[in-house]
Design a protein around this ligand. Structure first.
Ligand SMILES: [Fe+2]
Length: 185
């Protein structure tokens, strides 16, 4: 499995990108994200790679789609009942949002304001940012896929429940390792 530094500094030439290998199985995130929806989502992820490799469509869009899904899927582990953040990410959240609960409220508020397809993320400076469709960013810590395909199979149109459930599978060790990636504006 490639580490996150390699992923963010990917120097792949067209023809050789593929989804990062995950350290968990298709059903490991159930019931937060079910096996069937993971399988379907991974096909889309593979699709970005295939189109990039074949130089079909918008190469930047496909490359960003590939990279964002790498970050999305490598931040998960099996569900926990309570899953408060720890380490540097826990410190950032507590210093910027006062508490884990406040952070979740604020993140939800920003996410629900966002319309259309895209991503919501916690950036290194502690702000909550959005991405329309796909775009490469260097400052992502926690990343939430806000495209319909991410929540529809397991949650229908209940995006609030999708987001609330997602906090249960965040792998804080994986997220904390993102601090080691050099940040370039
Ligand atoms: Fe997605």
């Amino acid at each position: 499995m490639r580490d996150i530094i390699t992923i963010l500094e990917d120097k792949s030439k067209p023809g050789d990108i593929e989804p990062v290998k995950l350290g968990y199985g298709e059903s490991s995130l159930s019931p937060v994200l079910g096996g069937a929806s993971i399988k379907q989502h991974q096909k889309l992820w593979q699709g970005y790679c295939d189109r990039f490799n074949r130089k079909e469509g918008d190469n930047q869009f496909n490359y960003a789609g590939y990279l964002l899904h790498n970050l999305y899927f490598t931040q998960f582990r099996s569900p926990r009942t309570t899953n408060a953040p720890n380490g540097p990410i826990g410190n950032l959240i507590n210093s910027k949002f006062k508490s884990w609960d406040n952070f979740q409220d604020k993140f939800q508020e920003e996410a629900l304001k966002f319309q259309g397809s895209g991503w919501i993320y916690l950036a290194r400076d502690g702000s909550i940012k959005t991405i329309v469709n796909h775009s490469v960013r260097q400052d992502i810590l926690i990343l939430v896929d806000w495209w319909e395909h991410a929540y529809l199979p397991d949650y229908g149109s209940d995006k609030k429940r999708y987001l609330k459930s997602l906090w249960r599978i965040m792998d804080w060790n994986a997220i904390n390792s993102r601090w080691a990636v050099p940040y370039r504006k």
